[in-house]
Design a protein around this ligand. Structure first.
Ligand SMILES: [Zn+2]
Length: 195
């Protein structure tokens, strides 16, 4: 049951919540694979960062595997891929824009943050404490938040100037400078030839 009063057909399809508690070490050992979609409305921390939650559901894929490397014990891993189209505010024109997120990350499963070896410190992947079962929804939401652009911007902003002539004319800055008190002072003091 959800509190949302009205649901579109596409929203109903999207409400399969990712597992609350997934034992990731087992998932990695058995080469598990899960995928699904989750509605933006289910991702409350992410939703707070968006201009709207009207976008399509987030698609996600979680895959477990054992990484084999010469001279090292097999390492339990999970790979998470997320795809979303999120409504953000363009920081150039301040209009809403759609930002496509297509992000993949690998996590090295660890128990209670053991001391890291040099190889582990140099690894590009992220250590994920997975002694206890993981809420996959949280993992998906974290990854989306990390993938958000710091300064979202349209590749090319829509031209709004003809539709909304609210921006000041191009010579406004020049006029403002002429009105600066020191500008008049300079004229009075330094240039008697000027009328
Ligand atoms: Zn823009």
């Amino acid at each position: 049951m959800t509190a949302a009063p009205s649901k579109s057909a596409s929203d109903r399809l999207a409400t399969s919540r990712p597992p609350h508690a997934l034992a990731l070490f087992d998932f990695a050992r058995t080469d598990g694979e899960l995928h699904g979609t989750v509605a933006l409305s289910a991702l409350s921390r992410l939703r707070d960062l968006l201009a709207s939650d009207a976008g399509a559901p987030v698609q996600w894929t979680l895959r477990g595997f054992q990484r084999q490397r010469a001279g090292m014990r097999p390492q339990a891993m999970v790979a998470l891929r997320v795809h979303a189209e999120l409504g953000l505010i363009c920081q150039r024109c301040l209009q809403e824009m759609t930002q496509e997120i297509d992000d993949a990350a690998e996590f090295r499963l660890v128990i209670d943050e053991p001391p890291l070896t040099l190889e582990e410190l140099e690894a590009e992947d992220e250590a994920l404490p997975a002694e206890n079962p993981i809420d996959v929804l949280e993992l998906i939401e974290d990854q989306l938040i990390l993938a958000l652009p710091l300064v979202p911007m349209h590749a090319a902003c829509p031209d709004r100037q003809t539709a909304e002539p609210s921006s000041p004319p191009a010579d406004a800055g020049e006029r403002e400078e002429r009105q600066h008190p020191f500008a008049n002072l300079r004229e009075l003091m330094g240039n008697p030839k000027k009328r």
